[in-house]
Ligand binder design. Structure first.
Ligand code: ADP
Ligand code: MG
Length: 303
């Protein structure tokens, strides 16, 4: 077992940040840890990486208990914290050499070069971290997390705050890394989990509310579509509701609507046809980010 979490509760004073959480992660799995802000994702990850003690329950990594064998756990785990606290004044190479030193790596210079190549930092390697874009800083964070060749990677919202191109780059980097390692990554973006993970755990208010394969999730989402559509003039909600497959419509600003549909085919085609039949034009038609509440509901209600 790579990660074993048994009946873990975390109290911050009166507040229960984690409530009786249990799960196991097998070697080689890429697990998405999905949940809204404040759900308890970072707290769980800090406990797994020995940065915070749990109030109750047991956690082990590669068979080592986080409380009793924290040094061994730290050897096994690479951790990218949420607010990746890099030393901004240091140079990329200098910083990574410093981290290699902390781990007592035998040939630090070679290792630093290897990591720089692995995460795609070659062009930026001589710059101070302060001068790097957020995407490149995340790469430094990933290099830092992996420099001691850990079996398990814990990545806390690795793509938050990045622009779409950077997101794509970091996602594919994580996907590649995941071929050799056990990865647990948190995110509040549904699509991210689908793009990268084998399995998804959803946490809400400190409790795990769903734990399923990403394939099942994809299957469910294929039938449940959320799109944003904008027409060039007024359309009544009742008209939209009559469209086959449409489950719910929600007005946005102007002539824009959020349409939720349960259907096998692509609802965008249906909406387009509807506009044509109504003598309207479609100005915008795009797949909307699925809201977590919908995902919760879909994953937790039985089919
Ligand atoms: P997430 O990472 O999913 O956004 P967190 O684990 O950061 O959630 O937080 C879970 C809950 O615990 C939140 O309500 C947060 O306000 C609270 N919390 C987190 N860290 C602390 C702390 N150090 N002291 C008190 N409350 C905290
Ligand atoms: Mg967090």
């Amino acid at each position: 077992m790579s990660i074993s979490v048994q009946k873990v509760t975390k109290l911050y004073g009166e507040q229960r940040a984690l409530n009786d959480v249990s799960f196991d992660i097998q070697p080689g799995e890429i697990v998405g840890f999905l949940g809204p802000n404040g759900a308890g994702k970072s707290t769980m990850m800090k406990i797994i990486t020995c940065y915070l003690p749990q109030s109750m329950g047991k956690v082990s990594v590669c068979g080592f208990d986080v409380g009793e064998k924290s040094m061994r756990v730290r050897e096994k785990v690479g951790y990218l914290p949420e607010h990746n606290p890099l030393y901004l004044e240091m140079y990329v190479k200098e910083y990574l050499a410093f981290i290699a030193g902390l781990h007592g790596i035998s040939k630090p210079k070679r290792k630093v070069e290897e990591m720089i190549a692995l995460v795609g930092l070659t062009v930026e390697q001589r710059k101070p971290i302060r001068a790097l874009s957020k995407g490149y800083r995340q790469r430094v964070g990933l290099a830092q997390a992996m420099i001691h060749d850990p079996d398990v990677l814990i990545l806390d919202e690795p793509t938050t705050g990045l622009d779409p191109n950077q997101i794509e780059e970091i996602r594919s980097l994580i996907k590649n890394l995941g071929e050799q390692k056990t990865v647990m990554m948190s995110t509040h973006i549904m699509q991210e989990v689908e793009a990268i993970c084998d399995r998804v755990m959803i946490i809400n208010k400190g409790s795990i509310v769903a734990d399923d394969s990403a394939a099942n999730l994809r299957q469910m989402r294929k039938q449940s579509q959320t799109v944003e559509v904008e027409f060039d003039g007024k359309i009544a909600a009742s008209e939209l509701r009559k469209i086959k497959g449409v489950r719910q419509v929600e007005p946005l600003e102007g002539q824009r609507w959020l349409v939720r549909a349960d259907t096998e085919g692509d609802i965008r085609a249906t909406l387009f046809q509807f506009a044509v039949n109504s003598n309207r034009s479609v100005l915008t038609l795009k797949v909307a980010e699925q809201r977590l509440e919908d995902v919760f509901r879909e994953l937790t209600t039985n089919e």
